[in-house]
Write a protein that binds this ligand. Structure first.
Ligand code: NAD
Length: 482
């Protein structure tokens, strides 16, 4: 029996997708609700031979259907995902513990990712090269064509089980690359719903395949497979950079973690800043790669900001992700919860003060605010990936920028200030792939170039940018005259 919970749609596919259809389910891997700990479903685990079989099928799709057909599939899939939004949202609430309202937003964003990818399929084109602008090029015309790179191995994390898989699969289809998806072992079910929508939308069976299982074993087999020239990875820093080192000759696109800083200047609208930080530091229990984690407030406004934040945090509804009122659900597993509580204890012993939360409510960590964090503390230097925000004060703009830049991460940062000149100057000096002014940096629209500097990654994602990464310029030169 593959479906265990009667909260899950009985038609939910649970088999691996290798070749043309979903395989018969078996009971290898338990998918558990992070909120109740109960088994929701059991799914099969792939082995290295399944990865070989998937690559053999993908090879048959190396000459993809025309771009217009791929665009239609992507447009139809966007429509189907939108129609099935509630099914997706419930599955995400069950397997990822994502509160329903936030899961619905993710579905809407997934629709956007497919829609923008369809646009890329329709507009994918190379350049005309002005050959006669050099003496050696006289008498020739030349152009480039964007050719698909080949089979893409897509490895995705648990925290956005639809949209982060979509950011790999939909651009791959737009680019004409057969794709093998390895979703996180905690959240395989949402990926299967996406695959089902694509098959229903008319994607040639075998163009997308889905394999699950242990990251090192199944992900590793995909990474090392000699016929997979590109790995597109979203996940944690150690895993991502280890993949990069393992296959130096492959194209490896990395979207990794962050320790998101926000600077709140003395002239900021404090009520607005507090509202946005409280909402986004704890949304999906802080398990977004751009959850606000470190707040640096000017000395003159720090106390007031702390009070406003603590007040808002105490009013957040914590509970069952399937409950409509819930704002903060559980973290993904007890291991993550226990790591976070030990970090809070360690930082408290090092001098941080707990202004909100800090303890368990039942089995789950309360939304926590730590004051007086330093760059040596866990919350000041590592990626928390949980409902924990730290705050500290700064004296000068230089100090604020230096503190924000003081970690190895560089994905997104935020600034709250009413001074436009300062905001632009600081945005230039913050070493991050994106800087968000007067809105939370826990923000992404799916067409934007999104990706980190420093150890947070090596590419920008977003359909336009990802299609570019998944294609290569093929230069054609034609001699037209002596
Ligand atoms: P993770 O690194 O544990 O796992 C990510 C994926 O990699 C999973 O599918 C996993 O099975 C696979 N994997 C694990 N070991 C592997 C190996 N040796 N070889 C190949 N694949 C392997 O990450 P997670 O816990 O699922 O996700 C959380 C992390 O992802 C956080 O660090 C977060 O910041 C990051 N993240 C980044 C972005 C971004 O766009 N930059 C977005 C979301 C999450």
């Amino acid at each position: 029996m593959a479906i265990v919970s009667d909260l899950l749609d009985p038609d939910q596919p649970t088999g691996l997708l290798i070749g043309e259809e979903f395989a018969e389910p078996n009971d290898d891997l338990e998918v558990r609700s992070p909120f109740t700990g109960e088994v929701v479903a059991r799914v099969p685990v792939a082995g290295a031979t399944d990865v070989d079989a998937a690559v053999a099928v993908a090879r048959r799709h190396l000459r993809p259907p025309p771009a217009a057909e791929r665009a239609v599939v992507l447009e139809r899939a966007a429509g189907l995902i939108g129609e099935r939004a509630e099914r997706f949202a419930r599955t995400m609430a069950l397997e990822a513990g994502k509160p329903l309202a936030q899961a619905r937003l993710e579905v809407q964003r997934g629709v956007d990712t497919f829609t923008f990818s369809a646009v890329e399929a329709r507009t994918l084109a190379g350049d005309v090269i002005p050959m006669e602008s050099s003496t050696s090029g006289v008498g020739k015309i030349a152009f480039t064509m964007r050719e698909p790179i080949g089979i893409v191995g897509a490895i995705s994390p648990f925290n956005f089980p639809l949209n982060l898989a979509a950011h790999k699969v939909a651009p791959a289809i737009a680019a004409g690359c057969p794709v093998i998806l390895k979703p996180a072992e905690k959240t395989p079910l949402t990926a299967l719903l996406m695959a089902e929508a694509l098959l229903d939308a008319g994607l040639p069976p075998g163009f997308l395949q889905v394999v699950f299982g242990d990251g090192a074993a199944v992900g590793g087999a995909l990474v090392e497979h000699p016929e997979v020239p590109m790995i597109s990875f979203t996940g944690s820093n150690p895993v991502g950079w280890a993949i990069r080192e393992r296959v130096p000759k492959k194209r490896v696109a990395l979207e990794l973690g962050n320790s998101t800083p926000v600077i709140v200047a003395a002239d900021a609208d404090l009520e607005h800043a507090a509202e946005r930080i409280a909402a986004s530091g704890y949304s999906y229990a802080g398990q977004s790669c751009i959850s606000v984690q470190r707040v640096y407030a000017h000395r003159s406004v720090r106390e007031e900001l702390e009070q406003r934040l603590a007040d808002r945090i105490s009013r957040l509804e914590v509970g069952d992700p399937l409950d409509e009122a819930t704002a903060v659900g559980p973290v993904i597993d007890t291991g993550s919860r226990d790591r976070l509580t030990s970090w809070i204890d360690e930082d408290e012993r090092a001098g941080a003060k707990i202004l909100a939360g800090g303890a368990l409510a039942g089995d789950h960590l309360e939304p926590t605010l730590l004051a007086d964090i330093t760059r040596q503390m866990r919350v000041g230097r590592e990626e928390a990936f949980g409902p924990v925000v730290g705050i500290a004060s700064y004296e000068s703009p230089e100090e604020a920028i230096e503190l924000a830049n003081s970690t190895v991460f560089g994905l997104q940062a935020g600034i709250f200030t009413t001074r436009v000149d300062r905001a632009i100057d600081w945005a230039r000096r913050l070493e991050f792939g994106g800087v968000v002014i007067n809105e939370t940096p826990t923000f992404r629209a799916d067409q934007q170039p999104y990706g980190g500097l420093k150890e947070s990654g090596n590419v920008k994602e977003g359909p336009r940018y990802t299609v570019e990464d998944m294609t290569e310029d093929r230069l054609v030169i034609i001699q037209v005259a002596e």
